[in-house]
Design a protein around this ligand. Structure first.
Ligand SMILES: NC(=O)c1ccc[n+]([C@@H]2O[C@H](COP(=O)([O-])OP(=O)(O)OC[C@H]3O[C@@H](n4cnc5c(N)ncnc54)[C@H](O)[C@@H]3O)[C@@H](O)[C@H]2O)c1
Length: 258
């Protein structure tokens, strides 16, 4: 499959790390004009450095996706054809009743409001140019339900509903809106979560837990960032112009929604 993103500009939120970084790098290699966003200037700078190391270019837009003024100010200076809403918080790994309301609020602010804020800022330009691709990164935690990740899952569930409804509103402008739903993926976010779990149950039990998780996957492994970035490129390409309002799991068969 040949992708051609040479005249396209793409903004990836939270691309200073993990899945977002892999997406930014994949598009840079395919010739897109990549804009790396993160709340953390150092992480965004590292991603730009990695993109330069492979002989490509990218620009940087540091802002907090939860802050609508910052988001609108950033987008005033940008033209974005492809928007990947990827920024998210690390789940608390605590039962709902032990999760403080402020943590729930943060999960919902970053995943749900962050996605809505960036769409609000990007859509007028997409409608003017009569082209757009919006891809929201959600989670199988929201599709299957996940104990100890209740507010994170709730926030992602909100993004799933937002994706479907927005797709209905903007399809006539040749703008597609889809959500890509990874299951467990090997990234710094997951490594951080594993550290928290190790503190709670110890290293030995963590390894047993990891083996049990692998067995839940028909392909007997968890995801790698490239599994996600490959599919994002497909959804952003001309091959996927008839796909909108869909929630697509990239999960090694962990969950098989009907
Ligand atoms: N890693 C997994 O196992 C997994 C599984 C399912 C879904 N996901 C989803 O994939 C996406 C990427 O996850 P990851 O594992 O690469 O995470 P990560 O923690 O490695 O990266 C997330 C990035 O978002 C940035 N960020 C956080 N708040 C922000 C804000 N307010 N504004 C801008 N940037 C902000 C962080 O600084 C970080 O660089 C997330 O949406 C996550 O929910 C991950």
């Amino acid at each position: 499959m040949n992708f051609n993103f040479k005249n396209k500009s793409i903004l990836v939120t939270g691309s200073g790390s993990g899945i977002g970084r892999a997406i930014a790098m994949s598009f840079a290699i395919e010739g897109a004009n990549v804009i790396v966003n993160d709340i953390d200037n150092n992480k965004a700078t590292q991603t730009i450095g990695l993109i330069k190391e492979v002989g490509c270019q990218a620009s940087m837009a540091v802002f907090d996706v939860t802050n609508i003024e910052e988001v609108e100010e950033a987008f005033r200076h940008l033209s974005v054809d492809i928007l990947i809403n990827n920024a998210a918080t690390v789940p608390e790994n605590s039962l709902f009743l032990n999760t403080p309301p402020e943590s729930c609020d943060r999960d919902i602010q970053v995943s749900l409001y962050g996605t809505m804020n960036c769409c609000r800022a990007a859509l007028p330009g997409m409608i003017d140019r009569s082209f757009g691709r919006i891809i929201n990164i959600v989670s199988d935690a929201a599709r299957a339900g996940q104990a100890r990740e209740v507010s994170y899952s709730a926030a992602k569930g909100g993004v799933i509903s937002f994706t479907k409804s927005l797709a209905r509103e903007v399809g006539e402008h040749h703008i597609t809106v889809n959500a890509l739903s990874p299951a467990a993926t090997n990234t710094p976010l997951r490594q951080e979560l594993l550290k928290q779990i190790a503190l709670q149950i110890g290293e030995e039990k963590l390894q047993i837990r990891e083996e049990k998780i692998r067995r839940l996957y028909p392909v007997r492994r968890i995801g790698e960032v490239s599994d996600v970035s490959n599919y994002v490129m497909y959804l952003a390409s001309d091959y996927a112009q008839f796909i909108t309002g869909q929630i697509i799991s990239v999960n090694g068969g962990y969950l098989m929604p009907g």
